[in-house]
Design a protein. Structure first.
Length: 129
């Protein structure tokens, strides 16, 4: 085989190896995207839009339940912290955001409520009117 032919074969081989690495990375990213933040499937990560919760977290009572049809932003779900409504929205990818942590999506309303309690740092949730 000529020197030029040898370099061409090496380039094709490297190209195929690169394509294999890229494919592996893409598949790995897709699999990670289907998992929740702790590696559990997002669907099994706790209360979703149809489950209820009522607990005390860091001294604050957090509650979540399905709401009447057509609730804020069409989420059909309501979250309260110490009896005050936390406005929540469901993103197209199924994650949840609120007015308190708008740029930090969470897998479930429960995770969202807990994150809001942490972010509030003891402050009272003021109703939005």
């Amino acid at each position: 085989m000529s020197e030029a032919g040898h370099h061409a074969e090496l380039t094709r081989r490297r190209m195929l190896q690169g394509a294999g690495v890229a494919l592996t990375a893409a598949v790995g990213t897709a699999v990670l995207g289907l998992a929740g933040p702790t590696g559990t499937p997002a669907a099994a990560a706790g209360p979703g839009g149809h489950d209820t919760f009522d607990e005390v977290y860091r001294g604050r009572r957090i509650q979540g339940r399905p709401a009447a049809s057509g609730h804020h932003h069409g989420t059909d779900y309501t979250v309260q912290i110490d009896g005050e409504e936390l406005h929540v929205m469901r993103n197209a990818d199924g994650t949840w955001i609120s007015v308190v942590n708008h740029y930090q999506p969470h897998q479930t309303p429960l995770a969202l409520a807990r994150a809001a309690v942490v972010e509030l740092q003891g402050a009272t949730l003021v109703p939005i009117v």
